[in-house]
Design a protein around this ligand. Sequence first.
Ligand code: ATP
Length: 316
Amino acid sequence: MSEPVIVLDHLSKSFGNVHAVQDLSLTIAPGTIFGFLGANGAGKTTTIRMLCGLVHPTSGTAMIAGADVWKDRQRVRTKFGYVPQRFSLYRDLTVLENFRFFGGAYGVPGAELEKRIERLLRLSDLEEKVTAAAGSLSGGMRQLLAIGCALVHDPSLLFFDEPTAGLDPVHRQQIWNLLYDLSNEGKTIFVTTHYMDEVERCTEVGFIESGRLLAKASPRALKSGFRARLLEIDVEPLMPALVRLRDLPELLGVSLRSGSLRLYAQEPEKLMARWRENWPFPDLRLLGERWVEPDMEDVFTAYSQGYDGVLKKSAS
Ligand code: ATP
């Protein structure tokens, strides 16, 4: 097996009494599309910023390709590309000027740089926008340009912090196609997202909550980390049913899915058997029941809400 490209060893970062990242240990193999998942404020950006040498860890270490990301940060910087959450480009510069600026900053030699820019313009579908100011591009195109600029020094590892946030489904797909192309070239991709369909596209997923890593596994393994299939019921009227069921002590939670109620319960079979015998809500009509396989949204809900009762002991 090849050496991991990223190794985090008990990495922590505190801002005063805010423990943004706590005791994070994990490894990522080359060629992985690693999806880093967690609620707002869970510690994803802080982890990426530590990996990029922008934030000093409070304790622990992080290595990229065998080099310490803080002590060796000048050297490590050339090994990765970083597309941050916020606009990272020069708005007043054109598309071409942005590429040249970033290429120059990374010391890519002139002739090589022009060849790379030509390829990246093609890859990011921006050939017709070369002379447009970055600030005048649509959100999707700006993001493609930001990714292109992060690739100009041809790094083998890329960090993307919510690269598709706020984009329409067509641009999201376009960005993911670009990520697949990069992965196909053998690059390692570390990406954060809040879109569950995008999590499904990752080869491995890490789930972080309050700065702590709760699980790290493939999407399939995470989904099979549930103790049982989930119970879905059809009830009328729907909204009063949702509100009533949410308050039941036997239920950890309830979510509305395509007009049905998906229930998170520790012992759903027993609960349903009881309900079949004696449905306790005279004002609500139970119309149907079915068992469904958990999806990534269920994984996210279970981990972020702490529904340990529906999960096997450990999914990592
Ligand atoms: P989001 O999904 O909203 O981007 P995140 O998972 O990336 O969230 P972080 O931005 O890493 O979360 O923040 C983790 C915690 O650290 C939050 O409580 C945040 O307020 C805090 N934090 C982050 N940066 C700083 C800072 N520079 N100073 C103080 N607190 C910070």
